[in-house]
Design a binder for this molecule. Sequence first.
Ligand SMILES: *[C@@H]1O[C@H](CO)[C@@H](O)[C@H](O)[C@H]1NC(C)=O
Ligand SMILES: *[C@@H]1O[C@H](CO)[C@@H](O)[C@H](O)[C@H]1NC(C)=O
Length: 359
Amino acid sequence: MKIGTSCVYKKKPSRYLKLLLGFGVVLFLLILLELDFIEEFCCFPNWAIAVTPNWLDPEQDPNVRLGKDSPSSAKALENYLIPNEKACQGHQVFLLTFVVSKPNSFKRREVIRKTWASMREVGGCPLVILFALGQANSSEVQQEIGQESARHRDLVQGNFHDSYQNLTLKTLMILHWKDAFCAEAKFLLKVDHDVFLNFHSLTEHLASLGEDRSGLYLGRIHWHVAPIRDPTSKYYISEFAYPLEVFPNYCSGTAYVLSQDVARRIYLASFQTPFFVLEDVYVGMCAKKIGVSPTHTSMMSGGPRFYFNRCCYKAIFASHGFETSELEAVWHVVADGQDCSALARKLGLMVCKLLTRLF
Ligand SMILES: *[C@@H]1O[C@H](CO)[C@@H](O)[C@H](O)[C@H]1NC(C)=O
Ligand SMILES: *[C@@H]1O[C@H](CO)[C@@H](O)[C@H](O)[C@H]1NC(C)=O
């Protein structure tokens, strides 16, 4: 037998509870809207003050000269199968981009050229976009690369074997190339060829830094990452190769930007930093050596990819993990010529980041 279910006393929520609830909802919405702000300024503080050891400051070291006369470039051409050394000439380059690609990824380069890398300037800021390759392992592929280079003039190929273990060599090649042949470029972007890149928003952001553009090492920070000690992993790092518990904080190798001064100083620091197989960690090591701390941006996805949303993709800088076929579809939506309002972008960002985290 049920006892008097009808006369259970239901307490009405008090006015204070309602008020508290309302306040909670407003706070929740505010936090959602300001997720980026919170991510950039709370989780990844950049309070460490950069200290520049004198020996790496080109202004202060008379033996280190910028540009074509730099000691490294005398024999520079010997290191390249395709040097493409005139690619920056006559452009007053603002942003030099190197897309890290593989010798036989012909189709992918073709698609990238037609999509996000089809831009030559943003708001009057000249862009130069090149592909970085190592040596192909077959003469047919190498021959095809020669033809591709003659047609598009956007390849730079080093004389090292193109392999995963040699990715750091490719980054060193990029840094050397910038130093020797494009020293005037204000920024250097290194980006992987499976990334969707938005030059509009990235260039706008870099231009908005105005004259205060030195000391920049911008990307998605990998924070307190420990080396993988499992010998069966692709990413295995022995204690001999790296004895410490954690890596210095570094920007994800999928996409990162260096300002002119940092690119040069990291290049110089690499002469005093032992080779390390993880390219992005290596750049982090060199940056630490010259006292530059990475700056976090919530507009680059790092490893995962941002959940697709039109207004979100008009706002972000880089999103990783795209198949060749997907790049075209995304580009057509993003480059449709219709702008998103500031609020629509914010909401788009909120939606795509929440979905990225949830799925
Ligand atoms: C050549 O390189 C490609 C990837 O670029 C790889 O799939 C292939 O196995 C390599 N061939 C040889 C003989 O090493
Ligand atoms: C890296 O490149 C060098 C120079 O071409 C080559 O001798 C070496 O075998 C390469 N390493 C790997 C693991 O591919």
